[in-house]
Design a protein around this ligand. Structure first.
Ligand code: ADP
Ligand code: MG
Length: 383
């Protein structure tokens, strides 16, 4: 993590910071839109963080600032409610979670600094929630279990940002470790840290810098369709549903919901296959599964968009000969970012090619960088 970010957060506070918390964004290698379908997902915490520097202020208020956004004032002596500015709701939701655990939160000033691009599919929202929860742990001198913290943050996003997200983002931001993927069984909520430290490989994240409006309602509609499909198929969990079950209920589902169901079933299978490929060190196979995941998200789940498809196809056209093993959209979709698995030695030239080709085709400047699995939410101070 950059010390710059810590310095920026400290500098934005009018008194010396006594607690500093950090939490990362995440990228998902494979297993998309199935964290709310009892699937497996395979994200890792990226080397991009939200850092919060804070100090108690002897009041019953939280006074928050984040560069470029309106300041926020939160009354800690009353139950939390959704309010303005919009971004403060993620913080309010986490405060609400701690208050409901019975904690009395002291007044504090806090300054937020971030290197996680917002609204780019890299989960700045989970980074914000998990950094806030870690800050509150520091201010209160307590610690929750990682799972407890991640679930509290997910509930904050549900109740205060009104986003019905699965558990992936907050689990990745909380459980992340250097050189480890955070494989999550979203049915049992069990986390397995999978080694991912081959120095010959790199992961490139490409933010298309587009964010289509549809994302707001589109996510909730996808989630609802998967719930309706599961009910029509008559299973308690997607984990036991096969493609034969989906075919057998084709008439009841209708074409659109059937395609949504096909994505869920095939993506769960692809993620299980990806875990096997990783265990066998078969990165070519992992790359092929990523390519197939993109097709499924594009055609069956319909959460991609022109710019994501373009960025993925630029990477795929560089191909094996140019060091690319696989590429797909990552995160909720409708804009945001892609993830590309490639040979480390070729990463710089792949980034240059992707940037140039995308810019020429769209006139949009993308943000493209490589990232490695990094440390999850933690206290910087007290260390
Ligand atoms: P994503 O999680 O993919 O980045 P979301 O729409 O879920 O996109 O979350 C983005 C929201 O999170 C922003 O609209 C803002 O409210 C909040 N947010 C992100 N970064 C910051 C930040 N540095 N400071 C304050 N709020 C932030
Ligand atoms: Mg988010």
């Amino acid at each position: 993590m950059t010390n710059d970010l810590i310095s920026t957060a400290r500098a934005g506070l009018s008194r010396p910071a006594t607690v500093i918390a950090a939490a990362p964004g995440r990228v998902n290698l494979i297993g998309e839109h199935i964290d709310y379908c009892d699937g497996f997902v395979m994200p890792f915490a990226i080397d991009r963080y939200i850092v919060i520097a804070a100090a108690k202020n002897n009041s019953t208020q939280a006074r928050l600032s984040s560069a470029g956004l309106p300041d926020a004032l939160i009354d800690l002596s009353v139950p939390q409610m959704i309010s303005e500015p919009h971004w403060s709701n993620y913080v309010r939701g986490v405060i609400d979670g701690f208050q409901k655990l019975g904690h009395e939160i002291p007044g504090f000033d806090a300054c937020f600094a971030s290197s996680v691009p917002g609204g780019a599919g890299l989960s700045s929202s989970a980074a914000l929630e998990c950094a806030t929860a870690t800050l509150l742990e520091g201010l209160l001198g307590i610690s929750l279990t990682k799972k407890q913290k991640a679930l509290l943050c997910q509930k904050a996003e549900h109740d205060f940002a009104k986003v019905p997200c699965g558990i992936m983002d907050q689990f990745a931001s909380t459980f992340g470790e250097e050189n480890r993927l955070v494989m999550i069984d979203c049915q049992s909520e069990e986390v397995t840290l999978v080694p991912f430290e081959n120095p010959d490989l790199a992961v490139i994240i490409a933010n298309t810098n587009v964010h289509h409006q549809l994302s707001d309602g589109g996510y909730a509609i996808r989630r609802r369709h998967t719930e309706e499909a599961l009910a029509a198929i008559g299973h308690a969990s997607w984990r036991t549903v096969t493609m034969a079950d989906v075919e057998n209920h084709g008439d009841a589902l209708g074409d659109l919901v059937k395609r949504r169901a096909r994505h869920v079933v095939t993506e769960i299978a692809r993620t299980q296959a990806a875990a096997e490929a990783l265990a066998a060190g078969d990165f070519l196979q992992l790359g092929r599964l990523m390519d197939a995941s993109h097709i499924s998200l594009r055609d069956d789940f319909e959460v991609s968009c022109t710019e994501l498809d373009l960025m993925v196809s630029i990477a795929q056209q560089i191909g094996r000969a140019g060091g690319v093993l696989g590429a797909r959209m990552t995160g909720g979709g409708f804009g945001g970012s892609t993830v590309t698995l490639c040979e480390n030695a070729q990463a710089e030239s792949i980034i240059t090619t992707m940037r140039t080709a995308y810019r020429e085709a769209t006139q949009i400047e993308p943000e493209i960088f490589s990232s490695r699995p990094s440390r999850g939410a933690h206290l910087v101070l007290p260390g």
